[in-house]
Every structure is written in structure tokens, then in C-alpha cells.
Design a protein around this ligand. Structure first.
Ligand code: TXA
Ligand code: MG
Length: 310
């Protein structure tokens, strides 16, 4: 069987099975083709970064079938409800506070306490969401640094036979969703996209702020979670008072990102472990992590965690 699948009911079921098994599926949305993985499965999400060759962990968009599913993941403000009623299903992504206990792996939000949610309008994406019966994350289905795919053929030329693609024809819009941040003082345009800011402003009856406006927008201005604790990298030993974050079975580690030395597992554990160790109130030493594959993104994140802050 080819890796380009017609979007038949049988193949939609198979796609949902792949997601359930922790695999990746490329699928059409009305904006661009997405590379989907189970949002609750950290290792599946890590595989997205691996497959795209992304050198960094950027937070991803959680795709849901409807408002009720979104309500399990994000905390709605009255502004969120208005925008959802006006634009969902459709090409508007909303960033809101992450609900405690939301079925979303920490790698999805890159450890942030906000989450981006979108309800796609494309019939095939919606059919997969129904068959899978849970949220999936889906960045554009292209290798890092390349243009977003708008046909199944584009996706195939990015990933070859490594990822099955559900063929839903060319994307109607061909441009990513607009992202509005709702976790701060004012609704903020975080990414211009398929729905113009004017149309959104007409619904809100106010101007959208932009990230440069100097407004306070927690979880957005600081777009990455940073630990309070001091972090020391490439640690070959534990110094007095430190706790050690290990990799590959490091002796004396308080936590080990992957005792078997599996980078996908390490990526899936990274943000949860950093938070857990941050809560221990001691300086954190980190074992050297191989800088290949997903290790590069892990090391990028650790370097920023270790950088001095004002
Ligand atoms: O149209 C789309 O939105 C496509 C299709 C496939 O649905 N998806 C897409 O996903 O464009 P992606 O991963 O390429 O874009 C994610 C964007 C990033 O710019 C990221 O910074 C932002 O969403 N984002 C995600 N979570 C965020 C958060 N908690 N706070 C701020 N920005 C966030
Ligand atoms: Mg993209």
C-alpha cells in the first residue's frame, strides 16, 4: 500500500489507529497539511520534532473536534467564547491558560502554562478527530525551515515514505491559522494568518494588541518556561548541594531523562522533569546529552534554561 492514502472511511480509521499507537499521520486541514500526533503522548510528540528536524522545541497547536473538547484543555475567558462562536470550526487558533489535568503532554506546550487550541474545519481532519476521539497536535507537515505543504504530494516530497499522508486534495486556504493570545491583559495578535485581524477586531469591538506593545501577557512575552533554579550543564560530577538530572542511567541522578539513553523518551520527559527539579529548590546539574537528532533540541532548551536571567 502506498504512503499516500485516499481519505476513505477505512483509511480515516487506520489513521486514528496510527495515532493511537503513538505514530505520525500527515493530514489535510483547510489551512495547510499538518503532521499529527496524539497530544497526550509525549514520545509521539517528540517524534514530530525528530521528523521535522526542528532544532528547537516550539509549543504546538492542539487540534480539537469542538468547543466541548477544547474546554477540557484550556480555560475559556468570555473573549474566548466570543471568538469561538464567531470563528470555529475554522482558521483561528486561541492561546489560553492551560487547564490543570488537561490531557496534553508537557512537550506540547514546551512546559508553558498556556496552550494553543484550534478546531479545524476540514472534513478529513474532523473525521480523524472523531475516529481518534482525542486531541492531536499538528504543526505544518514540512521539514524545519521549508515552506508549508498544501497538497499530499508536497508532504510526500518532504518525508518520503516515512509518514503516511491522508489525501484531502489541495488546501482551500493555503496559509496557516491566525493565532490570538488570550492569556494576558488584552487579546493579542501572535501570528497573522488566514483570518484577518480586522475581521477579528470587528467581532471583539476592539483592536488586537501586538506582542511589541509592551503589555503584560504572561506565557506569551516570555515564550518559554525558565526554571528558577541555577542550572549547570555538561556536569561530569555532582557538587555539594546540587541535584543531578541524568541521561542514559547516570549514577546518583535524582531523575534520569531516559535510563536507556533514548532521546525520544528524554525529550518527552524534559519539561516535566525540569519543573519537578525546579520545585526541589536546589541548583540543578545536568549530565552531558548527545547533540545528535533530538538531542540538539534538548540541548538548545537546556542552554536557555542555564542562561543567566535578569
Ligand atoms: O494552520 C495551522 O495552524 C497549522 C495547521 C496544520 O493546523 N498548524 C500550525 O502549527 O501552523 P505550528 O506548530 O506550525 O504553529 C504553532 C505556532 C507557533 O508559532 C507557536 O509559537 C505558537 O503556535 N504557539 C503554540 N502554543 C503557544 C503558546 N502556548 N503560546 C504562544 N504561542 C504558541
Ligand atoms: Mg510551520
Amino acid at each position: 500500500m502506498s504512503y499516500i492514502w485516499t481519505a476513505s472511511p477505512d483509511n480515516v480509521t487506520r489513521a486514528a489507529d496510527v495515532l493511537r499507537a503513538g505514530g505520525l499521520i500527515a493530514l489535510p486541514t483547510e489551512t495547510v497539511y499538518g503532521l499529527a500526533a496524539d497530544a497526550a503522548n509525549g514520545e509521539a510528540v517528540a517524534q514530530i520534532y525528530e521528523t521535522k528536524g526542528r532544532p528547537r522545541f516550539n509549543p504546538l497547536i492542539v487540534h480539537v473536534p469542538d468547543r466541548a473538547a477544547a474546554a477540557l484543555i484550556g480555560e475559556f475567558s468570555s473573549t474566548a467564547v466570543r471568538l469561538i462562536e464567531a470563528f470555529w470550526p475554522g482558521a483561528l487558533t486561541l492561546v489560553m491558560p492551560l487547564r490543570t489535568g488537561a490531557p496534553v503532554a508537557p512537550l506540547v506546550t514546551a512546559g508553558l502554562d498556556t496552550v494553543a487550541i484550534r478546531c479545524p474545519a476540514h472534513e478529513v481532519a474532523r473525521a480523524v478527530l472523531r475516529a481518534f476521539d482525542g486531541p492531536f497536535v499538528a504543526p505544518s507537515a514540512n521539514r524545519s525551515g521549508r515552506i508549508s505543504p498544501t497538497t499530499a504530494g508536497h508532504v510526500a516530497s518532504e518525508f518520503g515514505e516515512t509518514v503516511p499522508v491522508l489525501d484531502g486534495g489541495p488546501c482551500e486556504i493555503g496559509l496557516e491559522s491566525t493565532i490570538v493570545g488570550l492569556a494576558g491583559d488584552r487579546p493579542t495578535l501572535l501570528r497573522p494568518g488566514a483570518i484577518s485581524s480586522e475581521v477579528i477586531e470587528a467581532v471583539l469591538g476592539m483592536k488586537l494588541a501586538t506582542p511589541g506593545d509592551g503589555i503584560s501577557a504572561p506565557g506569551m512575552m516570555t515564550s518559554h518556561y525558565a526554571p528558577q533554579a541555577k542550572v549547570r550543564l555538561e556536569a561530569e560530577d555532582i557538587r555539594e548541594g546540587e541535584i543531578l538530572l541524568g541521561f542514559g542511567g547516570t549514577k546518583g541522578a535524582a531523575l534520569d531523562l531516559s535510563p536507556s539513553g533514548n532521546l525520544r523518551e528524554a525529550a518527552a520527559n524534559l519539561f516535566a522533569y525540569l519543573r519537578q527539579m525546579d520545585g526541589m529548590d536546589k541548583p540543578i546539574a545536568v549530565t552531558p546529552i548527545p547533540d545528535e537528532g533530538l538531542g540538539a533540541a534538548i540541548n538548545d532548551r537546556l542552554k536557555r534554561a542555564a542562561a543567566p536571567r535578569s
